[in-house]
Design a protein around this ligand. Structure first.
Ligand code: DGL
Length: 270
């Protein structure tokens, strides 16, 4: 039984999924497979995008402030920080200030370490994520006998946003990311790549084509979806009349177009 199964929960109470932009949709896609009836509010901090180039203090302040306001306004049953940058920096703080269960996003270093044959793993994240002690700790725990090559790829955040809005992707940006991994002394031995930013699985096809030769990509979306399902097990869900996106910048048509295929028909500013 799920952890919070005994508490009476309003069937219409949403699960809040939070990211700076479209990245959390990779988690939503998996969540829909396990909880198709769950009401979801997707919060995108477009006014703060990108987090990856901000300081730890800036990210922590934005995330705590925004999720506090989301909780007060929408009374969610659970909040998922579907953003590696926000999660690796602020998950502990958010859990301290909010009473609602908070699910974080952990870079998939453990499964990657189990999968690699060559012992050389690439990790792509934002600049803020790749320097976090949280990542050092995962490396120490699960990949201490492997080589983990970290590369900050902020350019992919913008390319993923472009892709979902129907704009052309800059193939030079994809090539530069791949070169960032392959140019390392042992970069050609990489057989497994951790996508440690929720935006990046949206570019998996492009990255696979550019990396070539049987490289496997891993990310945490499926595990996060399972975790949300576990924490809400036994609760009732009434999805009602469509889900909404809440943004921190003035919404536009292109934004709504990016979210519509995922079942959102409303967009509003917080
Ligand atoms: N999607 C976010 C992540 O998982 C990052 C995007 C950003 O830099 O805002 O890290």
């Amino acid at each position: 039984m799920g952890h919070f199964a005994n508490q009476a929960v309003d069937p219409a109470a949403p699960i809040v999924l939070f990211d700076t932009g479209v990245g959390g949709l990779t988690v939503l896609a998996e969540l829909r497979k396990v909880l198709p009836e769950a009401p979801v509010i997707y919060a995108a901090d477009y006014a703060g995008l990108p987090y990856g180039t901000k300081t730890e203090a800036e990210v922590a302040a934005r995330v705590c402030g925004l999720l506090g306001r989301m909780s007060e306004r929408y009374h969610p049953r659970a909040i998922c920080i579907a953003c590696n940058t926000a999660s690796t920096i602020a998950l502990g703080m958010v859990r301290e200030v909010l009473e609602v269960p908070v699910i974080g996003t952990v870079p998939a270093i453990k499964p990657a370490a189990e999968m690699t044959q060559t012992g050389v793993i690439g990790l792509l994240g934002t600049a803020a994520t790749v320097r976090q002690g949280y990542v050092d700790e995962l490396e120490r725990q699960f990949a201490s006998d492997k080589l983990l090559i970290r590369h900050a790829a902020p350019e992919l955040v913008e390319q993923a946003e472009r892709k979902l809005r129907g704009d052309t992707i800059d193939s030079a940006a994809i090539a530069a990311t791949v070169a960032g991994l392959r140019d390392h002394t042992r970069g050609m031995e990489i057989d497994t790549v951790v996508l440690a930013c929720t935006h990046f699985p949206l570019l998996e096809d492009e990255l696979r084509a550019a990396m070539g030769g049987g490289v496997r990509f891993v990310h945490g979306a499926e595990g996060i979806a399972r975790r949300i399902a576990y924490l809400t097990e036994g609760q009732e869900f009434a999805r009602g009349d469509g889900d909404r996106v809440v943004v921190t910048a003035p919404p536009d048509q292109a934004m709504l177009d990016a979210f519509r295929p995922y079942g959102f028909d409303r967009i509003e500013q917080l």
